[in-house]
Design a protein around this ligand. Structure first.
Ligand SMILES: CC(C)(COP(=O)(O)OP(=O)(O)OC[C@H]1O[C@@H](n2cnc3c(N)ncnc32)[C@H](O)[C@@H]1OP(=O)(O)O)[C@@H](O)C(=O)NCCC(=O)NCCS
Length: 167
């Protein structure tokens, strides 16, 4: 498996992988990736694909968000082709994107997801850090992974890149 930055040639494959991973919610996440790519919050260095035998089987992206106006990252969507799930693709994408974000000097990454899965990557409930989700009901799933540049002064409401508000 290779993990690398997306290129223009990957855009269609990423769309298909995202649609397949989120088949239960057709349109939403695949549409979101396209909207994010056109948004000011897009960070090319943090849109990564997983490739197996020349085929894109997974994708992850972090985009620019803010904590009380200060720069931070929102992670998602994270997608793995159903046929390739539970083979370590999600794990490889997650470790790589967190390492890349840390190398870029970002302070933290937030995501919405199941703590049973994401705690293994160092995510903890955002409430432990005084960071609140855009929607209060998300609190049980809203998690933060701090990075080297994190300081405890970074507290307050998190805002995702604008396209998330249109999801
Ligand atoms: C969630 C997802 C990205 C994980 O990727 P993956 O490549 O299947 O994950 P890995 O192979 O690295 O890890 C698999 C492990 O994670 C666990 N896991 C996956 N999703 C989980 C969840 N929601 N809750 C708890 N554990 C979960 C599996 O049980 C497995 O653990 P095991 O090896 O002990 O059995 C993938 O299943 C997916 O694309 N799902 C649909 C889209 C989605 O929900 N994306 C995340 C929200 S943005």
């Amino acid at each position: 498996m290779l993990i690398r930055r997306e290129t223009p040639a990957d855009v269609e494959a990423i769309h298909k992988v995202t649609e397949a991973a989120f088949a239960a919610r057709p349109g939403g996440e695949a549409w979101l990736v396209g909207e994010l790519r056109a948004d000011a919050g897009w960070i090319p260095a943090l849109s990564l694909v997983a490739e197996v035998d020349g085929e894109v089987v997974g994708h992850v992206v972090c985009t620019r968000g803010t904590v009380d106006g200060a720069p931070a990252l929102g992670l998602g969507p994270l997608s793995v082709l159903p046929a390739k799930q539970r083979t370590g693709v999600g794990k490889a994408l997650m470790h790589t994107v967190l390492g890349a974000a840390d190398a870029l000097g970002e302070p933290l990454v937030v995501l919405l997801g199941d703590p049973a899965y994401y705690s293994r990557f160092g995510f903890r409930l955002a409430s432990e850090y005084g960071i609140t989700p855009p929607v209060a009901d998300w609190a049980p799933y809203f998690q933060v992974r701090t990075l080297t540049a994190y300081t405890p002064a970074l507290t307050g409401p998190f805002r995702y890149a604008a396209p998330f508000d249109r999801l």
